[in-house]
Design a protein around this ligand. Sequence first.
Ligand code: F6P
Length: 339
Amino acid sequence: MRIGLLTGGGDCPGLNAAIRAVVKRGTAEHGVSIMGFHNGWQGVIDGDAQPMSREDVSGILVAGGTMLGTARCHPHKVEGGIEAVIETAQSENLDALICIGGDGTLRAASKVHNAGVPVIGIPKTIDNDVVGTDSSIGFDTAVSIATEAIDRLHSTAESHNRVMVVELMGRHAGWIAVAAGVAGGADIILAPERPFDIDDIVKKIRHRHRHRNFSIVAVAEGAVPAEGSSWKPSETLDAKGNPIAGQIGAQITQAIEEATGFATRLTVLGYTQRGGVPTPTDRLLATRFGVAAIDAAVEGNTGVFTALRGEQVQMRPFKVMAGKTKFVSDDLLDTAIGL
Ligand code: F6P
C-alpha cells in the first residue's frame, strides 16, 4: 500500500508530531510506504514528493512548523489543479492521501476525494475553527503562547499605569482571544462572534480605573464593531477580505486613548502564536490524529477526517464540515465577556 501525506495552509506547532505518527505507525505497524509531498497541495499538483522513513521523522516530535513545508494552495481553485492531483496519484500509485490542514485545505481535500482520489483529513489550525472536532492541532499551543504574553503584559501595564491592547490571531472565530483572554485575566475580550461598541469599552475602562490603574484588552484580529455603533475602524481587511494584522488593534488602541486620556499601548502577537515547540497537549492530539488517519487509510475508510469528541478520536465524513466555521460557543463567550 502507498499513502501520500501533505500539510497545507497556515503552519502550526504539532504538524511534525502528526507527520511523525503517520510515518511511524504506517511503516512499523502496517508496512505501508509513505510519500511526503512538499508545500501542501502545490506539491501534489507538481508531483514534488519524497519517500519517508522512520529515520526521516526521528526527533521531529517537538519541532515547530512542518518538515514537508506548506502553502496556501487549493487544487480546485487552480486551473487544471484537480486533474494534476489525479495524475500524480496515479503516477505515484497512491492508495490514499492524508491531508493535514485547516478549513480551506480540508475543503480542497473533500473536493479531491469527490474527484476520485481517496483522502483522509487531519484538522490543524491555531484558529480552532474546524467544525466537527472539539480541538484542532495547534490551538493549545497558540493559547499557551498568548496566555503567557497576557501574563507578561499585566506587569508592565501596572508599572506604567497603562491600558494594554493585545491583538491575537483568529480571522473568523475568536477562540484564541477568548481562551487566552479568560486564562490570562484580560479585563475586556473582543471576538468576531460578539461585535463590540467602543463606547461600552471606554465606559468599562473608565469604571475600572476608579480603583485600578491599568487594563488589559484582548482583541481577535477578526473583531468587528456592532452595527450602528458610533465608531467604525477604517479599512481593516485585505483584498481577499482577510484581516490585516495589527489594523483593528491599532485603531482600538487609538480610540481608547483618545476617549479616556489613559496611556494605551498595542502588542500584536501575530505569527509568534504559530511558532515554536508544541505543547504536550498538541503533541498528544497530533499523534492520536496521525495514528487514526493512517489506520483509517489502511482499512480503506476514506472521505473522512479525524475528530476529537470528548476523550474519543473518531473518523467523521467531510460533509460534516460543509464549508462551515466553528464559532466560539455562547456559554464560553458569556463567561469571557460577562466576567
Ligand atoms: O489560519 C490561521 C492563521 O494563523 C490565521 O489566524 C491568520 O489570520 C492567518 O492564518 C494568517 O495567514 P498567513 O499565514 O497566510 O499570513
